[in-house]
Write a protein that binds this ligand. Structure first.
Ligand SMILES: [Cu+2]
Length: 493
């Protein structure tokens, strides 16, 4: 545990030293992470990332309100983990919750035998055996793993929405080729985990309404790293590399930075080919984006706005007939400042240029096979109940829905026959979006989660690489996943 203490000290040390000559030392060691919004940072040393995560309930202040949160090591978000391709990871999860949990490493290309959503780490409260509430995940990050903004969160079926909504999530950053680009190396870095909270639900004073259960629970407090509208320093004439993770259970963010340029440099599974200027960035649950923001405008404050986004509630409301505001877990869409970029002085007198090239995104070859996945909610033919379904079936533990071959390239045509958005997430392997509603996707990017709007059809192309075994695909509106919008894919040699 010496390593953790060292990392904690490094964060504290850099905070004290900011602005002093010692800053350069921090920059080299700590990549100049921004301290005001910094999470505890646990990095690999000498090829090993080793830590313990204890999941436990704890009451903490969120935006001035005392909220009963679910935490890792008493923190919301959980600590930021950082490793490199080739590193060994050893994480002991200890469950001090009243219900089972586990861990999913969202964004990491590792074996489903390790990143196993079927594993149960038993409840630590009220269990007879003290050893079953603890499990050590050990794996190696493949040598050729791309640099990604990943994240970890629970994936224990039927409990995913409540545990993630409660606060269980943290960033997991893999460094690699993208980090070696000179301009990127000179950028300051900030990580924001976006999450909404609803104190009256989390404190147990209200129950989740039937509409919120179908809709997917949302909270009225919008936060970045559990802070309302935190300030992020933007170095004048420098660059800010901003990593965004949508760790909300259901909320889709439509983000804008008015009157200031920002450039997309990476999506879920790593870099795109060139920085691409954005107007609006839409992030559905599970999705990540990395942006490069040049400090080349008038020194001022610039807000990142979350704009109202309607996931298609109208048709769902028809069946309930109550005002949205009276429904715990359902929040009317509103415009909210998610974070403020504040210019800060920098030693540079000339603007640091943007990199012209990032990392090539090679197209996948033409598919060996095309499959169709139809998303809907209605009467479930398998379980005989109303549920969220894929190809007519609700999730059944141990039932393989799709069998694929290792190294095969497949097109998955995902048809949303429902009126509401369903972000589709594939575990283990990355994919490219090739087509949306019959039109080719504007640019190539590596993804693992893609939003399928109401009545939309999206085709993704994937190659089942490196690992055999059973893994899953599901809707990342976590209430939908818990209610059965998930399937098992078995990758066979
Ligand atoms: Cu869904």
């Amino acid at each position: 545990m010496k390593r953790r203490q060292f990392n904690r000290r490094l964060v504290a040390f850099c905070a004290v030293a900011s602005g002093a000559p010692l800053l350069s030392r921090c920059t080299r060691n700590a990549r100049n992470l921004q301290e005001a919004i910094a999470l505890e940072r646990i990095s690999s040393t000498e090829g090993l990332l080793e830590l313990s995560l204890t999941a436990k309930a704890q009451t903490q202040a969120i935006a001035g309100e005392q909220v009963k949160l679910l935490t890792y090591n008493g923190q919301v978000p959980g600590p930021m983990l950082e490793a490199r391709a080739g590193d060994t990871v050893r994480i002991t999860l200890e469950n001090e919750l009243e219900v089972p949990t586990n861990l999913h490493y969202h964004g990491l290309h590792i074996s489903p035998a390790i990143d196993n959503v079927f594993r149960e780490v038993s409840a630590g409260v009220g269990t007879a055996s003290p050893t079953e509430n603890r499990y050590t995940y050990e794996f190696q990050i493949p040598d050729n793993h791309p640099a990604v903004t990943g994240w970890y969160h629970p994936h224990y079926h039927l409990r995913v929405a409540s545990q993630v909504f409660g606060g269980l999530a943290g960033p997991f950053i893999i460094r690699g080729e993208l980090d070696e680009i000179p301009e990127i190396q000179q950028a300051e870095e900030a990580v924001l985990l976006l999450k909404d909270f609803e104190p009256r639900l989390q404190n147990g004073s209200d129950q989740l309404s039937p509409l919120a259960e179908k809709w997917g629970r949302e909270g009225h407090l919008l936060t970045a790293n559990a802070q309302q509208n935190p300030v992020i320093g933007l170095p004048q004439n420098g660059l800010l590399r901003l990593r965004l993770i949508n760790a909300s259970a259901s909320r889709i963010y439509q983000l804008q930075l008015p009157e200031h340029p920002w450039f997309l440099i990476a999506t879920d599974r790593g870099a795109i080919a060139q920085p691409t200027e954005l107007e609006t960035l839409t992030l559905s649950p599970g999705e990540r984006a990395e942006l490069l923001i040049p400090g080349n405008r008038e020194a001022n404050d610039y807000k990142i706005w979350s704009l109202p986004y309607d996931r298609g509630i109208a048709e769902m409301i028809d069946g309930f007939g109550k005002a949205i505001e009276q429904m715990p877990g359902v929040v009317p869409p509103q415009k909210t400042a998610i974070a403020t970029l504040r210019y800060k002085e920098n030693e540079r007198t000339t603007p640091l240029p943007l990199p012209t090239q990032l990392v090539a995104v090679e197209p996948l070859p033409e598919p060996d096979i095309t499959r169709e996945f139809v998303l809907n909610h209605g009467i479930d033919s398998t379980a005989g109940s109303t549920g969220f379904i894929i190809n007519g079936e609700s999730f059944v533990m141990d039932k393989v829905n799709t069998r694929v071959r290792l190294n095969q390239v497949e097109d998955w045509r995902i048809v949303n026959k429902a009126s509401v958005d369903h972000p589709f997430h594939l575990h283990t392997n990355r994919f490219q979006v090739v087509e949306r509603n019959g039109k080719a996707d504007p640019f190539r990017a590596w993804k693992d989660t893609v939003n399928i709007g109401g009545y939309e059809t999206v085709t993704i192309r994937t190659k089942f690489e490196d690992f055999t075994g059973r893994t899953v695909y599901h809707c990342h509106i976590l209430d939908h996943e818990d209610q059965g919008m998930m399937g098992i894919v078995e990758i066979q040699a």
